[in-house]
Design a binder for this molecule. Structure first.
Ligand code: F6P
Length: 525
């Protein structure tokens, strides 16, 4: 039996019951009164972590709740479970796999004895990680220097798309100006068809990114790209196609010899740090990519070693549980106040919802409590002019996670103070509200938010921010006693799509429900 099976489900702990009582009394909790009553509230509810400062003080928690949440973490066995992940145990129990995306950012060691306790058995894996990283970064540098390659096209979906795409955008001020980066994910041919006419085979590098190398969308796009390449006079597949995958033999069967591998202990949505990060490595260079890994490693070490009460991923994950299971909030809005972070909400959506969107515990028992919230959002200030109305005056409370960056990388006068005053004002307005007798202009206030602050957006700080998010998802998943590292829920739709596709041509509706049959009849070609 693995350690993870021995975890204690959050609702079986004494702290859970105490939290229920605390919540019942907590109804009257008011952030404005909490600040009035405690001049130190900002200090006691803020947390420094590598590259990230977090202000948690505008959350609906007090010292007593926080103490109970920490007790909940202790009683649920969070720390041993975390340690099991960092020791390479097979905590992904439904697939019998270790969970070691963190190892991808671990620095190399000269000899096995230099490895910390708990990692001694992982020296071969770490050596593999570094030899693959070296090969991949050498290739990235070669491609960067290759002036004939002007366009890099990543073909992948889900974790093989969202991470690299988000990261290339996020770090745009570090990205080479010599190349254009494109991301093709959707099986909808409009995407690829719109791009291909803008490319020349001799100037294009296609990266086929798929952990499994079986994903339908990616395989279809890869086949279409290869056909286009050959039909348009493209000659050298080995030079113009590379595969990023754990399934190197399938990539070779597809006709791609240039491959960069990774391992089954890297989940798709945690794979940005592996060969799946190649587009980013080409974009920002080997040194930049190493800084990105180092920033994430610093956050790994913080998560692994900081006491739970001073551990930012732990504190965030506990607030997530408090909101989801006691306040019964069903969503979290992500508001990055940096336009380069515009794909971050989509990335975090997969990270949280594919990891923690589960309804059974490790033993397969149906859970009596809620798990993953819905994650959504847009960059500020855009969101303010769209859906913030609902955040301020709607009937549901949605905790907001603001992400701000102190230093800008542009020199346009006035913009950065305007941006930063907006993010401060929104967090302030949500909390303080405004009383107006008329009703329509009344802002209830007392709406919670978290404020994450980076000094500047660099490969290292960005790496730390993403690792922070991975670990906070781990924390809530650990307390909920679910497997955050499988995704069986995506399978059924894939199987049904296979059944439906031939029916679109034949019109056969036998065995289909009435709605699917009716729609199929309309869509039949
Ligand atoms: O269908 C879901 C999923 O398996 C994700 O977990 C994954 O990130 C994505 O598909 C792509 O998978 P692959 O990298 O194997 O093509």
């Amino acid at each position: 039996m693995t350690k993870s099976i021995e975890r204690v489900r959050c609702d079986a702990t004494p702290a859970w019951v105490e939290l229920q009582d605390a919540y019942a009394e907590h109804g009257a909790f008011d952030l404005r009164q909490a600040f009035d009553a405690d001049a130190e509230r900002f200090a006691s509810f803020s947390q420094e972590a590598p590259y990230v400062f977090a202000d948690l003080s505008k959350n609906l928690i007090d010292e007593a709740t926080q103490t109970l949440l920490l007790a909940l973490a202790e009683q649920s066995g969070l720390a041993p479970h975390r340690d099991a992940m960092f020791a390479g145990e097979k905590i992904n129990t439904t697939e019998q796999r270790a969970v070691m995306h963190w190892l991808l950012r671990h620095p190399p060691v000269a000899k096995k004895a230099d490895l910390r306790d708990g990692m001694k058995g992982l020296s071969a894996e770490l050596a593999d990680v570094h030899s693959t990283l070296k090969a991949m970064l050498a290739y990235a540098e070669k491609m960067r220097a290759d002036s004939k390659i002007t366009d890099v096209v990543n073909i992948g979906i889900g974790g093989s798309d969202l991470g690299p795409q988000m990261a290339v955008l996020a770090l745009d001020s570090f990205v080479t100006q010599d190349k254009r980066f494109h991301f093709i994910s959707n099986v909808d041919g409009h995407e690829l068809a719109a791009l291909l006419p803008r490319l020349k085979p001799e100037n294009t590098l296609f990266l086929i990114a798929s952990k499994t190398f079986t994903t339908n969308e990616t395989m279809m796009n890869a086949r279409s790209a290869k056909s286009w390449f050959e039909a348009n006079g493209g000659k050298d597949i080995a030079r113009h196609f590379a595969a990023l995958t754990t399934n190197v033999s399938a990539a070779k069967d597809f006709g791609i010899d240039t491959t960069f591998g990774f391992w089954d202990w890297v989940g798709g949505r945690y794979s940005l740090w592996s060969a799946i990060g190649l587009p980013l490595a080409i974009a920002i260079g080997a040194d930049g990519f190493r800084e990105f890994l180092a920033g994430a490693h610093a956050m790994d070490e913080h998560f692994r070693t900081a006491p739970l009460a001073e551990n930012l991923p732990v504190r965030l994950g506990l607030i997530d549980v408090w909101y989801r299971n006691f306040h019964k909030f069903t969503s979290r809005s992500i508001a990055p106040y940096h336009s380069a972070l515009r794909r971050l909400p989509a990335y975090l959506q997969q990270l949280e919802m594919e990891s923690n969107g589960k309804q059974v515990d490790l033993a397969g028992r149906r859970l009596p409590y809620g798990t993953s919230p819905v994650l959504w959002g847009e960059p500020g200030t855009n969101g303010q002019h769209a859906y913030f109305q609902m955040l301020h005056q709607g009937t549901d409370v949605v905790p907001v996670e603001f992400i701000a960056v102190k230093k800008a990388r542009h020199t346009l006068a006035g913009h950065q103070p305007a941006l930063l005053s907006n993010v401060l004002a929104q967090a302030q307005a949500l909390m303080v509200g405004k009383v107006d007798a008329g009703g329509h202009r009344n802002f209830p206030g007392n709406r919670p938010s978290t404020f994450l602050l980076l000094e500047e957006l660099t490969p290292a700080s960005f790496g730390a921010l993403i690792a922070l998010q991975e670990h906070r998802v781990f924390v809530s998943g650990a307390l909920w006693c679910i497997n955050s590292f499988d995704q069986w829920g995506v399978e059924l739709g894939k199987v049904l799509a296979k059944d439906i596709e031939p029916r679109l041509a034949s019109g056969d509706v036998k065995g289909l429900d009435g709605s699917t049959a009716g729609l199929l009849a309309r869509l039949k070609h």
